[in-house]
Design a protein around this ligand. Structure first.
Ligand code: PHE
Length: 456
C-alpha cells in the first residue's frame, strides 16, 4: 500500500479547495445561467441556496473525507458500508462527464487568450465583421476548438500525473487575487458606461412575483449551479479533505472557500451585466457564449483593453486548470487506491477516456447541453442528496465527532447541523432533483431529439 500524501503546507488544503471551487463555474457558467434565469431572481435563489445548503453540504463532504482518509468510493464504503460503493461509482462518472465538457470550454478561454496575442481585440472582432457573437460562434466549434480541448486535457493530465501540489498552491495564490483585481477593475469600468446602469436593476433587484412564478426552473438551476461552482456533490471535497490533518477547523475553511467562490461569481456579474446593457445585448440570449461576447466588447473598447484581455483570459485558464485537476484527481485517486495502478498511468488512462467524451462538444454545442445538463441538473444534485442521507441519517454522530476535531465541543450546534441535513435540506434537494430530471428529460425529448432528427 502506497503511503498516502498529505498537504505540503498548512495552507495547501485551503488553496487547493479554493482553486477547485473558483473556475469556469464562476466566470463562464454563472453569468449565462443568471441571464437565462432572468437576472436578480436567479441571483437571489442562488445566494440562498449557497448559504443554506452549500455550507452544511460542504461540511458533510469534509467530515466524510477527513474521517476516512480515502478516495470518494473508498470513503463512502468505509463511512456507510459496502452498498455505498455504487454512489462512489456515480461520483467517478460525474467527474468524467464534467471534465469532458469543462476542457472544451477551457479551450475557448485559451483561444481568446491567443486571439489577444495575435492582435488587439478590436482588430480581432473586425475579422468577424465586428460582431462579437459571430466571433464566438466561429471559435467555439471546429478544428481549433478540438485542438485546444486536446491541449487542455494534456495539461490537466500532466499536472495530475506528476502530482505537483506545490506548483498548484502557488498558482492559486496568484490566480485568486489577480481575478479579484481584474474583475473588480472591469466592474468599475462597467459602472462608467452610458446605459449600463440598467444592468444593476436587472442583476440586483429581484421581483418576488417573478421568483414565485418561475420557481420550478429557478430552483433546480440554482441547485445545479451552486453545487457545480462549489465543487460539491461528486467527492472533490471528500478527496481533498482526505489528505488533511485533524487540527483544521472545517467550518472556517468552509466559509473561506464559499466566500471566495461566491464573491468572485458575484463580481463577474457586476462586470458582465452593465456591459450587456450598455452594448444593447439581451442577457440570456447568448447561452454559453455570454462571457466571451461581453468581455470582447469590453476589451475592444476599453483603453488598454488589449493587455487586460490577455491577462483576463490567461488568468481564467489558470483558474480552469486548478479546477480541472481536482476533477481528474477524484477519478485518479480512485484508480490508484482501489486498483493499485500507478499514478501516471491512472491519470493518463482516465484522461484519455474523458477526452474522447468531450470531443463531440467541439463539433456541436448541443453536446454541451447534453453533458452539462446531465451533470448539473441530475448527477450533482443526486450525489449531494445521497450524501446528506449518509451523514444525516446513517452515521450522524461520527460526523459531529469529526467536525468537533479542530473546533471543540459544538453542543447543540452539532445537532442543529444534523437536523438541517436530515429534513429541510433533503426535502429541498428532493424537489430540485425531481425538477432537474423533468427538465433534462424535456431537453432530451425536444432540443436533443430535434437535433438528432435534423442531423442523422
Ligand atoms: N467548481 C468548479 C468551477 O466552478 C467546477 C467543478 C465542479 C470542479 C465539480 C470540481 C467538481 O469551475
Amino acid at each position: 500500500m502506497v503511503q498516502r500524501e498529505t498537504w505540503a503546507t498548512r495552507t495547501g488544503f485551503i488553496l487547493a479547495a479554493v482553486g477547485s471551487a473558483v473556475g469556469l463555474g464562476n466566470i463562464w457558467r454563472f453569468p449565462f445561467v443568471t441571464g437565462e434565469g432572468g437576472g436578480a431572481a436567479f441571483l437571489f435563489v442562488y445566494l440562498l441556496f449557497v448559504a443554506l445548503i452549500g455550507f452544511p453540504a460542504i461540511l458533510a463532504e469534509f467530515v466524510i473525507g477527513r474521517k476516512t482518509d480515502r478516495n470518494p468510493v473508498g470513503a463512502l464504503v468505509k463511512y456507510g458500508g459496502s452498498t455505498w460503493k455504487y454512489v462512489g461509482g456515480m461520483f467517478i462518472v460525474t467527474g468524467f462527464v464534467i471534465l469532458s465538457f469543462y476542457s472544451v470550454v477551457a479551450g475557448w478561454f485559451i483561444r481568446y487568450f491567443l486571439e489577444g496575442l495575435r492582435g488587439s481585440y478590436a482588430s480581432r472582432v473586425e475579422v468577424y465583421g465586428g460582431d462579437t457573437a459571430a466571433m464566438f460562434g466561429e471559435l467555439s466549434t471546429g478544428l481549433d476548438a478540438f485542438v485546444l480541448h486536446t491541449l487542455f486535457i494534456i495539461l490537466t493530465v500532466g499536472i495530475v500525473a506528476l502530482g505537483i501540489r506545490r506548483g498548484i498552491e502557488l498558482a492559486v495564490k496568484v490566480m485568486v487575487p489577480s481575478l479579484i483585481v481584474l474583475l473588480g477593475g472591469l466592474a468599475i469600468w462597467a459602472f462608467t458606461l452610458p446605459g449600463g446602469s440598467d444592468g444593476y436593476a436587472y442583476y440586483l433587484s429581484p421581483e418576488f412575483n417573478v421568483i414565485a412564478a418561475n420557481w420550478m426552473t429557478l430552483l433546480p438551476d440554482a441547485a445545479g449551479q451552486a453545487f457545480f461552482t462549489l465543487s460539491l456533490g461528486m467527492g472533490v471535497m471528500i478527496t481533498y479533505a482526505s489528505y488533511l490533518g485533524e487540527d483544521r477547523n472545517l467550518a472556517t475553511d468552509g466559509i473561506t472557500i464559499i466566500g471566495f467562490d461566491t464573491g468572485i461569481a458575484f463580481l463577474t456579474g457586476l462586470a458582465v451585466f452593465p456591459i450587456f446593457f450598455a452594448a444593447g445585448i439581451e442577457p440570456g440570449e447568448g447561452g454559453a457564449g455570454e462571457i466571451f461576447v461581453s468581455m470582447t466588447e469590453a476589451f475592444a473598447t476599453i483603453s488598454g483593453g488589449h493587455v487586460l484581455g490577455i491577462l483576463f483570459f490567461g488568468t481564467v485558464v489558470i483558474a480552469a486548470l486548478s479546477s480541472s485537476i481536482s476533477l481528474l484527481e477524484v477519478v485518479t485517486s480512485y484508480v490508484i487506491d482501489e486498483k493499485g495502478v500507478e499514478r501516471w498511468k491512472a491519470a493518463a488512462g482516465m484522461g484519455a477516456v474523458i477526452y474522447l467524451l468531450g470531443v463531440p462538444v467541439t463539433y456541436d454545442l448541443v453536446f454541451l447541453d447534453l453533458l452539462d445538463g446531465f451533470a448539473d441538473g441530475v448527477l450533482l444534485v443526486l450525489g449531494a442528496f445521497l450524501m446528506m442521507i449518509l451523514v444525516g441519517w446513517i452515521a450522524p454522530q461520527a460526523a459531529v465527532d469529526e467536525l468537533e476535531k479542530g473546533i471543540g465541543d459544538l453542543g447543540s450546534i452539532g445537532q442543529l447541523w444534523i437536523w438541517v441535513l436530515r429534513i429541510p435540506i433533503l426535502v429541498v434537494l428532493a424537489i430540485s432533483l425531481y425538477l432537474g430530471v423533468v427538465g433534462y428529460v424535456e431537453f432530451l425529448s425536444t432540443d436533443f431529439a430535434g437535433w438528432l432528427g435534423e442531423n442523422l
